[in-house]
Design a protein around this ligand. Structure first.
Ligand code: BT5
Length: 307
């Protein structure tokens, strides 16, 4: 968000203020304050003005400004009411050199899962993709996927959802239904990534009938949520985790629904069945099978009943 505009908002968040006071505080003209207030009104902020000055009445429910208003992490936000896929748009921005940009949408018409599966993304959800340029070798990128799962599961717990993580990247409800999917894509050289796009889809204010039967939504679990606040919470946690990668695995383990379970993991080349006994940097699952320990870095994991 433009800096003066952000200044106007944070001043008004503390209480009403007159145009001249705002102008003085922010070091701009009164006409400039008026222009910024008009722009904020257009973006959905309800700002009253009377003899006492300007008063912030309400903030928009969703959108770039709503998220930038509550965000502490240094991301800028590009918002779309409807877009094919936020990951596709984020990849375009990444190819053009962008970093720390979030592409956010209310609806996706071509949402993608892993292996080009379809991802249902009706209006009312929280569909977004984060463009990052970490100084990492490609083999370490899975830690970003785990960080996104931790950030999302923790944020969902803070709004009352009994969320846990199924390896590697599904956030499930207490009954094991999928609430969130994460799709990480990257480009890079052998020793260093050029960009990483982390796509996160949260079934938020959506009817359960609009997502597959194996899934659920926040509306069905806890009722509608404040989407902008939840998006900010996820992004702030993700930003904190990427700055301290060593904190990801301990937090992931404490949210894990997979460790200690019997699992079947389908990898591109084989099927591994056994007990999930550990997760190791950068996100490798260790499975104890009848023939010994196996380490898996990617695949689809299914939780099985105990043998
Ligand atoms: C995922 O794939 O779980 C990754 C989903 C990532 C979606 C986000 S939304 C923002 C960004 N932009 C995109 O285009 N994508 C990302 P996977 O593990 O392959 O799971 C896909 C499977 O989940 C599908 O085959 C369905 O069975 C199921 N599914 C589809 N839509 C769903 C939904 N809304 N909720 C839960 N499950 C769903």
């Amino acid at each position: 968000m433009q800096e003066t505009r952000r200044g106007v908002l944070s001043a008004l968040a503390d209480g009403p203020m007159s145009g001249p006071e705002l102008a003085d505080d922010l070091g701009v003209s009164r006409a400039a304050i008026w222009k910024h207030v008009e722009a904020l009104r257009e973006a959905g902020f309800e700002i009253d003005s009377d003899d006492g000055g300007y008063r912030l009445v309400s903030v928009p429910e969703f959108g770039a400004e709503a998220v930038e208003f509550c965000l502490e992490a240094p991301f800028s936000v590009e918002y779309h009411d409807s877009i094919a896929s936020t990951n596709d748009r984020a990849r375009e921005l990444a190819d053009a050199g962008a970093t720390d940009v979030v592409v956010l949408a209310d609806e996706q018409t071509g949402g993608r899962g892993r292996l080009d599966r379809r991802w249902a993304s009706p209006s009312g959800g929280i569909w977004f993709s984060v463009v990052c340029r970490p100084a990492l070798p490609p083999a370490h990128v899975p830690i970003y996927t785990l960080a996104a799962a931790v950030a999302t599961a923790e944020a969902l717990r803070s709004v009352g959802v009994d969320a846990g993580i199924k390896w590697p990247n599904d956030v499930l409800s207490g009954e094991g239904r999928k609430l969130v999917g994460i799709l990480t894509e990257m480009e890079g050289e052998a020793d260093r990534v050029s960009w990483v796009v982390v796509g996160i889809g949260i079934n938020a204010n959506v009817d359960a009938g609009a997502v597959p039967r194996t899934a659920t939504t926040l509306r069905a679990e806890v009722g509608d949520v404040e989407r902008a606040a939840l998006t900010c919470d996820v992004l702030d946690r993700f930003d904190e985790l990427r700055a301290d990668p060593d904190s990801v695995l301990p937090r992931w383990r404490s949210l894990s629904l997979t460790l200690g379970r019997r699992v079947r993991v389908e990898t591109p080349v084989e099927t591994i069945v056994g007990e999930a006994v550990a997760v190791e940097h950068p996100g490798t699952l260790v499975v104890q099978t009848d023939t010994g320990e196996r380490r898996v870095s990617a695949g689809d994991c299914e939780h099985l009943r105990p043998a």
